[in-house]
Design a protein around this ligand. Structure first.
Ligand code: PMP
Length: 380
């Protein structure tokens, strides 16, 4: 039989490759982005309770209403914008699904999509599977900020969408007020949409604000914004997230969603509706994670790796150019095999394989994991 792949260029992801190498070498995994500390046991009890109370059948397609109402209150409180729980929020099985559904809703074959690289690995396959064309723009090394004149030069009549991600995976960079002003000028009076990946909205450091697209009515009117409750509550394996968009866009999003997942795990939604009402359950996250980042940085200061700025997310990028001039993939493999620590080579987040000799480390780990991992890195 003949078969034409929709994603012929996609192979095994770097995370799978590095995690497999890490388990083979029994290495510390500071590569993949998930916490290794326990989540809140009260939330686990609340999910169990919801199951025992009989919340075990399909949830509504758009999500459990009390959860959407709690999210709307949280948005109003944080971003001073009223979002309608009935028509502008949809609960999804994770942030990645929210992104995929938004892109499938918007994109037509031949549309161009501006993607900043390094980029979270789902974006470009999501664009291609919809027949659209990714237009990659590198972030400025080493600040990983956006060069807006390059963006302006890339825009043309086929530009349908700009993909944003703040705080950023893999670099930890965050959008600044200047970026918002440039973006506003760029899209004003055009038909360009925005997808804003804000899964790390509650993991922002150094007193910086999270500049959500939802704060700016002129930007939000053309935006899909994707969130992940798995990131907020340290339960990435639960795959819970949501999408927020103006009613006219969300109506189309739901057309795609209802014939895909249709709805999301009911007892988790019921439990999260109550848990999310307690503001401290998410407001405390930035401080908690900043403590981890600072501890990780202190430990790393005794190694030959050099930190680049990280103002949010689970990640910190380090340059190893003082240690080796090997390509980052080779260096990461050597680190696993000979030093027992897995990290992610950042070239994997570029279509071009651009190699600035930097590795991504995930510091969303227990103190003991960080100390044991960096102990090994100190010998490199
Ligand atoms: N976007 C970014 C930038 C991420 O880092 C991740 C998680 N690795 C996601 C989206 C996906 O979130 P979820 O696990 O809820 O699908």
């Amino acid at each position: 039989m003949q078969f034409q792949s929709k994603l012929p260029e996609v192979g095994t992801t770097v995370f799978t490759v590095m995690s497999a190498l890490a388990s083979k070498a029994k290495a510390m995994n500071l590569g993949q982005g998930f916490p290794d500390f326990p989540m809140n046991s009260e939330l686990i009890e609340m999910v169990n309770g919801a199951m025992r109370q009989g919340y075990n059948q399909y949830a509504p397609m758009e999500g459990w209403l009390p959860l959407r109402e709690t999210i709307a209150e949280k948005i109003e409180d944080l971003y001073q914008h009223t979002v309608r729980a009935d028509s502008e929020i949809t609960i999804t099985p994770g942030g990645t699904y929210a992104i995929y559904t938004a892109l499938t809703t918007l994109l037509q074959p031949g549309d161009e999509v501006i993607v900043f690289e390094p980029a979270y690995d789902s974006y470009i396959p999501n664009i291609r599977v919809n027949g659209a064309v990714p237009v990659s723009i590198p972030l400025e090394y080493p600040s990983y900020s956006i060069n807006w004149s390059t963006v302006r030069a890339a825009v043309n009549s086929k530009t349908k969408l700009i993909m944003l991600n703040s705080p950023h995976n893999p670099t930890g960079a965050v959008l600044r007020h200047e970026d918002i002003e440039e973006l506003r000028k760029l899209v004003h009076g055009t038909n360009i949409f925005i997808h804003s990946d804000e899964v790390y909205e509650h993991i922002v450091f150094d007193g910086l604000p999270h500049l959500s697209m939802i704060r700016y009515p002129d930007l939000f009117e053309r935006s899909f914004v994707s969130f992940s409750l798995g990131k907020v509550f340290h339960c990435t394996g639960w795959k819970m997230g949501y999408s927020v968009a103006p009613e006219w866009l969300m109506k189309e999003f739901r057309k795609v969603h209802q014939f895909n997942a249709f709805s999301v795990h009911t007892p988790v939604q019921v439990a999260m509706a109550s848990f999310l009402k307690e503001k401290s359950n998410y407001i405390s996250l930035s401080g908690f994670m900043q403590e981890k980042r600072d501890h990780f940085r202190d430990l790393m200061s005794k190694t030959r790796f050099k930190p680049l700025a990280s103002h949010g997310s689970y990640f910190q990028i380090y340059s190893y150019s003082a240690i080796s001039d090997a390509p980052d993939f080779d260096f990461a493999k050597e680190l696993v095999a000979h030093h027992g620590v897995a990290a992610i080579p950042v070239s994997a987040f570029y279509q071009s394989g651009k190699d600035d000799k930097v590795l991504r480390f995930c510091f969303a780990k227990k103190k003991e994991t960080l100390e044991a991992g960096v102990g090994k890195l100190a010998k490199v």
